[in-house]
Design a protein around this ligand. Structure first.
Ligand SMILES: NC(=O)c1ccc[n+]([C@@H]2O[C@H](COP(=O)([O-])OP(=O)(O)OC[C@H]3O[C@@H](n4cnc5c(N)ncnc54)[C@H](OP(=O)(O)O)[C@@H]3O)[C@@H](O)[C@H]2O)c1
Length: 253
């Protein structure tokens, strides 16, 4: 994928991986739009020269007016990145976890579907373009403290595979970004060994620049997760990762 002449929309670009990739695409020469809810973060990105749009991916009306505003400003939009996501810890022994489960599915899975639905007619009509969906190593190797998160990302993986098949022949491709633990605000408390954001973004941009673009963007550090089942390490790794359940409030000691 040529990263220097694209018109890119990143939904969920107000912090973390989305913001870093927005800056990387802009630095490579692409026109970049950023979507999210946080007005201060959107204003900062606007000051850097990105076009910014308010959107809440859990709200269909918000996604529809966002889509209209983005396409009015950027009728040549060719790349849509569905980055918006939440990553809560959940204790499944406490029924109160359900609120977090519902919010996670609504944001990570239904939010992805809302955004893809909003932009599919535009990309098909262009006859060329790319959706970049965002899953996680946790989609392939569960991290037991984040059960609904794992379920949402496994679902986005399955959805991405079906979307790619359904869009075959339209000129619209689907690329799945599969991050390992990356040191963004959401991760630092959970995993002190997370990959530095800068190193992750550099590797992602290098992989995206390959021609043809791989279907899955797999940085070196996520390969253990992605292929655990195939390599026969799955059960041991799940057991090892289950030790992190001690981090749940009420399980310590
Ligand atoms: N960091 C990791 O270790 C890691 C690993 C694997 C996968 N991922 C995935 O990578 C993506 C980015 O994660 P991150 O670590 O960069 O997290 P982050 O810093 O918390 O960023 C999440 C982004 O999602 C947006 N967002 C959340 N809810 C939204 C909503 N309802 N509507 C619109 N935007 C919403 C946030 O923007 P606003 O708050 O402004 O709305 C923010 O821009 C997520 O999908 C995450 O699951 C992260």
């Amino acid at each position: 994928m040529d990263l220097s002449h694209r018109t890119v929309l990143i939904v969920g670009a107000t912090s973390g991986i989305g913001r870093e990739l927005a800056r990387r695409f802009a630095a490579a020469g692409s026109v970049v739009s950023a979507g999210g809810r946080n007005p201060e973060a959107l204003a900062e990105l606007a000051a850097e020269g990105l076009t910014t749009f308010d959107v809440d991916v859990t709200d269909s009306a918000s996604v529809a007016s966002f889509r209209d505003a983005v396409l009015a400003r950027h009728p040549e939009l060719d790349t849509v990145v569905t980055m918006a996501g939440v990553m809560p810890l959940e204790d499944l022994r406490d029924p109160a976890h359900f609120g977090a489960a519902a919010a996670t599915i609504d944001t990570n899975l239904l939010g992805t579907i809302r955004v893809i639905d909003a932009f599919t007619p535009h990309l098909i009509q262009r006859g060329a373009g790319t959706f970049i969906t965002v899953t996680s190593g946790i989609a392939f190797l569960p991290f037991p403290p984040m059960p609904s998160y794992a379920a949402s990302k496994a679902a986005v993986h399955a959805y991405s595979e079906a979307l790619r098949a359904q869009l075959d022949g339209t000129g619209v491709g689907v690329v799945e970004l599969v991050p390992p633990a990356v040191a963004t605000a959401g991760q630092e408390q959970v995993n002190p060994h997370a990959l530095p954001l800068d190193a992750f973004a550099t590797e992602v941009m290098r992989l995206l620049a390959q021609d043809p673009t791989p279907r899955e963007i797999l940085v070196e550090k996520v390969l253990t997760h992605r292929w655990a089942e195939r390599e026969g390490t799955y059960d041991d790794l799940v057991a090892q990762r289950s030790r992190a359940l001690a981090m749940l409030p009420g399980r310590a000691g």
